[in-house]
Write a protein that binds this ligand. Structure first.
Ligand code: SF4
Length: 544
């Protein structure tokens, strides 16, 4: 019998490059190592756009094209029950979703018009505002991609690294530079990271997607709890305004909130610190299992102290200043409504239901932004849109002009609090419909509870991946399919209750048995809302 103590210790193979072996341990790591995802751009221009969809090999089609913001779109007519049973090529339509980067959610009037034009001409008038301040278009043909890129790039937009195992769009405060209460404007750091590192092969092969958020606004408006790396505005007692560093957040199927490293970072230091943390992810991040590859898993194993030590010792070669945590603020984070800016002008924040707009509506918004403001527009991480720089005398005229576009500046709490992911209409992983469902739920609840005036978030998700943040809503809905008594597949939602972000972030409670048929959602949520109204103590929020 072998002495247990004498047995060699089993080494956990994580696939981390820092272990000294870069042998790819899964198909994604193989294609990434065989050829950088960034290299597919030239093949799209030279070959695929000329020879058509059928000429695209699988590794480029379902792999590298994501590095340029292109996902194949779900074929029409495939129900949720078939999602897990069909081969990838059977799920692919010969069209793409294209994600256009708008870091910090900032768009000029000219940029908005170009996106609107692309949508009308090449994307069947589709456009959705995502919860990462991007605009997503659908029905894109490969033949049109070079022309679309040249139009976007002519106005400073791009799709570079909008998807894939790379640094995705950088979230920024939607009111950066204009909010009267802003501690520090993070925009220069967003720009610097974009210029230095996006599209740079130094970080074009990370273990998994990598999400960044930077905001110096005290209302914590960039969902820092759920990003891989966040810089959150704070005032240091000695050094003044700067940022508190958070690392390792992510929701999806294993939700984990980001943790503070306790380090204070000045505006100028952000790009260097960002590169250090990103390098740790690249070098030490787990690459064996895709579902364990996000930075949050490394952070969970190391903890904030070790993470900070490795960052300082191996990457920055200096220590960072210790710093304070952000102060509590009761203000709402979504910037909806009419608000004064720091320069005497106003912004008007409106709520398209679940981020759904269209090319024609974007064009109209661009016209109105120019007529009533300076033309500047911002997107938010809550699928909302702000028109900036509006003189006081124009605000009500703008509110009135946006209303017929279904863009309300004084929305009901249901309209204001709803978000939805792409869902079965276009997403190949989806099990159920989401955007139209969200609209139906909002319209029903508005009719049934017209006086409901408590903040109330409803996040509708088409599968367990939680792209619309299932676990941090008052009512988080995760789409599933279930067989009824006659053997027919029906769409249902598992309900997660009582989640939320803020100074006391909390993951929603999930009860396995709590599942609601899709068509019963309005009834179910109405009952919840009525019960809450009947039982609440003064000032209590839903999740308390
Ligand atoms: Fe697709 Fe699922 Fe994400 Fe919705 S949550 S967009 S269905 S992957």
């Amino acid at each position: 019998m072998t002495d247990v103590a004498a047995r060699p210790k089993r080494v956990q193979v994580t696939g981390a490059w820092a272990d000294g072996d870069k042998t790819p341990l899964n198909a994604n790591e193989e294609f990434k190592q065989a050829d950088d995802g960034l290299n597919v751009r030239q093949r799209i221009i030279d070959v695929y756009s000329k020879q058509g969809f059928a000429s695209i090999p699988a590794d480029d089609l379902r792999g590298r094209m994501r590095w340029w913001g292109l996902y194949t779109q779900r074929k029409e007519g495939i129900d949720g029950g078939q999602t897990a049973t069909l081969a990838p090529e059977e799920l692919d339509a010969e069209f793409f979703m294209m994600r256009v980067r708008s870091d910090g959610g900032a768009l000029s009037n000219e940029q908005l018009r170009v996106i609107a034009g692309v949508s009308s001409e090449f994307a069947r008038d589709t456009a959705d505002i995502s919860d990462r301040q991007n605009i997503q278009l659908h029905w894109i043909r490969i033949e049109d991609v070079p022309e679309i890129w040249s139009r976007l790039e002519a106005v400073g937009l791009s799709t570079t690294e909008a998807c894939g195992d790379v640094p995705r769009v950088i979230l920024g405060s939607p009111v950066a530079g204009i909010a009267a209460n802003e501690l520090v404007d993070g925009t220069p750091a967003v720009r610097e990271i974009l210029e230095r590192y996006i599209g740079n092969p130094e970080f074009s092969n990370l273990p998994r997607k990598y999400k960044t958020a930077i905001s110096g606004n005290p209302v914590l408006d960039i969902v820092h709890e759920a990003n891989d790396i966040s810089f959150v505005g704070v005032v240091h007692p000695e050094h003044g305004p700067g940022f508190d560093l958070w690392v390792g957040g992510g929701l999806s199927v294993n939700p984990i909130f980001a943790q503070r490293l306790g380090a204070w970072v000045s505006l100028d230091e952000i790009p260097e610190v960002w590169a250090g943390v990103t390098s740790i992810f690249r070098d030490y991040g787990y690459r064996r299992l895709r579902n364990k590859a996000r930075l949050k898993f490394l952070m969970s194993d190391w903890g904030p102290e070790k993470f900070r030590r490795v960052l300082e010792d191996e990457y920055l070669h200096r220590t960072l200043a210790d710093g304070p945590a952000p102060d509590a603020s009761e203000a709402r984070r979504d910037h909806i409504g009419v608000h004064p800016q720091n320069d005497g002008l106003f912004w008007v924040g409106v709520a398209p239901i679940a981020g759904r707009v269209s090319g024609s509506r974007l064009k109209r918004i661009a016209d109105l932004a120019e007529q009533f403001g300076s033309g500047r527009v911002r997107l938010t991480p809550h699928q909302k849109l702000l028109v900036l720089d509006v003189p006081a005398e124009n605000t009500e005229a703008l509110v009135a002009a946006l209303n017929p576009l279904d863009l309300q500046a004084r929305p009901s709490e249901f309209r204001r609090g709803v978000m939805a992911c792409t869902g079965i209409e276009y997403c190949k992983l989806a099990l159920v419909e989401t955007k139209a469902r969200a609209r139906l739920v909002v319209e029903e609840l508005e009719a049934r509870l017209p006086d409901f005036d408590v903040p109330f978030t409803i996040h509708v998700n088409g599968c367990p991946n939680a792209c619309a943040r299932t676990q941090v809503a008052d009512v988080g809905l995760k789409g599933m399919v279930q067989q009824d008594a006659d053997g027919n597949l029906t769409e249902i939602f598992q309900v997660h209750l009582g989640g939320g972000l803020g100074f006391e972030p909390q993951l929603a409670r999930k009860t396995r048995a709590l599942k609601v048929a899709a068509e019963d959602l309005p009834d179910y949520i109405e009952r919840l809302a009525r019960t809450f109204l009947a039982q609440r103590v003064d000032g209590e929020s839903f999740r308390q």
